[in-house]
Design a protein around this ligand. Structure first.
Ligand SMILES: Nc1ncnc2c1ncn2[C@@H]1O[C@H](COP(=O)(O)OP(=O)(O)OP(=O)(O)O)[C@@H](O)[C@H]1O
Length: 329
């Protein structure tokens, strides 16, 4: 259903009446992408529904971009079935792309053009008249909070501004679906939050968001539902809270001992909590109630140099499923 903004909310220049039905907008079954002998995407099943923010979370090389490129009709599948907006990407690529906005990892903005000219030039590819393109560019620059930089060359913008401009460009054709490949990689926390804020606003207007990310906090913040990918395969699927609940206890106790050899400490922790993970620099102890763990530690003659009790997150889910952390990849 298309949500309408409240009066105080900045308007987003998108059309009313977004598609909404039970039929997935993107339906992939057993999707495969091969590059020579290498299998980048190895039998992926996903169904993305209208109006949701759907994520592909995984480390570098997991196959997220390759999947996204097939969905975006710029890279043909090597196998499996793919239907996008009810159409066949091989046959109807142009029609599908006309209803998509794409924000790739490399923004491909023209550094020598102004922000406004980047948008109007792009709008012309969609057959939008010069007058409408200028009006739309002005609206979109306001939406991504670059209205005051309409006359600035792209080469003078910060990384976060360029990313917001790339999002504005992806909105030029008033798309039903936006594909965002790593939308905040390389941005500082403030710039990331600004990008997220604009994406939330789009979602509230019923635009379907498909996001790849290797940041678990981004996935947790933005996505209604996601798949976790590793080595070309989906290892888990669900909403962030449901995944955390399915694979982890509520709390995690992070223990540091100021020592490189952590196995002896792990032995002493045996039987406390539900499960242990020994990482190179710390031990993670999974427990329903982390606060009950500390007194037990001292009873076992363990004196950690650092104890942090936190809620389990998608990083913990990834670790549980793959035995690796997202970050070390
Ligand atoms: N054009 C290509 N030719 C050969 N191999 C490729 C090509 N594109 C991707 N690959 C390989 O496919 C695998 C998946 O890459 P992909 O870019 O889809 O992963 P990713 O999860 O998006 O990672 P990243 O976040 O680093 O982009 C990697 O092993 C990559 O080296």
């Amino acid at each position: 259903m298309t949500a309408r903004p409240g009066p105080a909310e900045q308007t987003v220049p998108v059309s009313p009446g977004r598609p909404s039905s039970d039929t997935p907008l993107i339906d992939a079954r057993g999707l495969v992408k091969r590059f020579g002998d290498r299998i980048a995407v190895d039998g992926v099943d996903v169904a993305v529904h209208a109006g949701e923010a759907f994520g592909f979370l995984g480390p570098n090389g997991a196959g997220k971009t390759s999947t996204m490129r097939m969905i975006g009709c710029v890279s043909p599948p090597s196998g499996g079935e793919l239907t996008v907006l009810g159409m066949d990407p091989l046959r109807d690529g142009a029609a599908i792309r006309a209803r998509f906005g794409v924000c790739p990892q490399d923004d491909h903005l023209d550094p020598e053009l102004t922000t406004g000219d980047n948008l109007t030039t792009y709008a012309r590819y969609f057959g939008i008249s010069r007058r409408d393109a200028r009006r739309r560019a002005a609206e979109l620059l306001d939406f991504v909070q670059l209205g005051e930089r309409a006359g600035s060359k792209v080469s003078t913008l910060s990384g976060g501004m360029k990313r917001r401009l790339a999002i504005a460009r992806a909105l030029v054709n008033d798309p039903d679906v936006i594909l965002l490949d790593e939308p905040t990689t390389g941005l500082d926390p403030q710039a990331r939050h600004l990008v997220w804020d604009r994406l939330f606003r789009l979602k509230r207007r019923g635009v379907t968001l498909v996001v790849t990310t290797h940041y678990m906090d981004e996935a947790e913040q933005l996505c209604d539902r996601l798949v976790i990918m590793d080595a070309g395969k989906i290892v888990a699927e669900g909403s962030p809270p449901s995944l955390i609940e399915r694979y982890c206890t509520k709390d995690v106790v992070e223990l540091r001992f100021g020592d490189d050899a952590l196995e002896p400490y792990a032995d002493k922790l045996e039987g406390i909590g539900d499960r242990l993970e020994v990482l190179p620099d710390r031990i993670l102890l999974y427990a329903a109630d982390g606060d009950t763990v500390a007194p037990v530690l001292y009873g076992r003659d363990l004196a950690p140099s650092g104890v942090l009790v936190r809620r389990a997150g998608l990083e913990d889910v990834f670790l549980r499923l793959t035995g690796r952390t997202l970050v070390e990849d």
